[in-house]
Design a protein around this ligand. Structure first.
Ligand SMILES: NC(=O)c1ccc[n+]([C@@H]2O[C@H](COP(=O)([O-])OP(=O)(O)OC[C@H]3O[C@@H](n4cnc5c(N)ncnc54)[C@H](OP(=O)(O)O)[C@@H]3O)[C@@H](O)[C@H]2O)c1
Length: 264
């Protein structure tokens, strides 16, 4: 165990998109550390499977809630229901996201909106309703947004995703400054490529791409979902009490090293 046993005991942690990939892994790692975990997304079957898996591995019950982060009513109802069931929300992980590849000149408004709304509107709405609960808590709370290195460096053929993730930088810094008064910290974790089913499906990724990323990353380390979870856990922990409004890149150094062509 990397973190102290029971580190998040009595803490309610809500993870959007917590039924799959990085979100599921983050839910699992928080549960191992004693957190009271809630996972929420559109597909109940994914949430149910994830909750079963977490219970099996950690012995902890996980609350599941159906949620569409693009709809304010759905977000509002979900937070109300979690508040009435758990009484509080200590940590929110805005992990729900979506992506697909397209030539930017062929991109439809519908496609643009679907991704921008999931990333930006979704993160805004969940943060807004989490704040209403956290600001009433003496201990305040912590919000971690999941961005992407594509928001910093750009990503050809993934315009709405790269634009949305870049927008999360401004959202994170703004809320970090504004909600300090409520004792709420807001930070951003920006993964590079993480080999999840969602990633492989969304961008049609192949083993050759993985190999290429490995070759262009110092020490050849491509982050696993757990690597992202541990970054989220660190930023949510008391060890990060003085860290607010930052972006923590978790990509093994891939984007910085790429320019030097380390694969000679
Ligand atoms: N994998 C990577 O290489 C990578 C790199 C950088 C950043 N990220 C970010 O990491 C996060 C997780 O990605 P992942 O790789 O783990 O992919 P994933 O498994 O596809 O996760 C995306 C999650 O978002 C949920 N979601 C999508 N639209 C939603 C909506 N409207 N309302 C509520 N939930 C919604 C999905 O659940 P439902 O379908 O059940 O709604 C799903 O659980 C995303 O924000 C992604 O952009 C991933």
């Amino acid at each position: 165990m990397i973190f102290r046993d029971g580190l998040f005991e009595k803490k309610v942690v809500l993870i959007t998109g917590g039924g799959t990939g990085i979100g599921k892994s983050t839910a699992m790692e928080f549960a191992k550390l004693g957190a009271d975990v809630v996972i929420a997304s559109r597909k109940l079957e994914n949430l149910e499977k994830a909750a079963e898996e977490i219970k099996e591995k950690t012995g902890r019950d996980v609350l599941i809630r159906q949620l569409n982060v693009r709809q304010e009513e759905s977000v509002r109802d979900m937070f109300e229901s979690v508040k009435s069931e758990k009484g509080r929300v200590d940590i929110l992980v805005n992990n729900a996201g979506a992506n697909f590849l397209s030539l930017s000149e062929e991109l439809s408004v519908r496609g643009w909106n679907a991704i921008i709304e999931t990333i930006l509107l979704g993160t805004f709405l969940c943060s807004k309703y989490a704040c209403k609960i956290m600001k009433e808590q003496e201990e305040g709370g912590t919000i971690i947004n999941i961005g992407a290195t594509t928001g910093i460096f750009g990503s050809p053929f993934a315009l709405p995703s790269a634009t949305g993730k870049a927008g999360l930088e401004g959202l994170t810094k703004t809320l970090a400054a504004e909600w300090g008064r409520y004792n709420i910290r807001v930070n951003l974790v920006a993964p590079g490529v993480v080999w999840t089913e969602g990633f492989v499906k969304n961008v049609g990724a192949t083993e050759a791409l993985l190999e290429n990323i490995r070759r262009n990353t110092p020490r050849g380390i491509v982050a696993e979902p757990e690597d992202i979870a541990w970054a989220v856990i660190f930023l949510s922990s008391p060890a990060a009490r003085a860290i607010n409004g930052v972006t923590l890149i978790v990509d093994g150094g891939h984007y910085f090293a790429k320019g030097f062509d380390i694969s000679f």
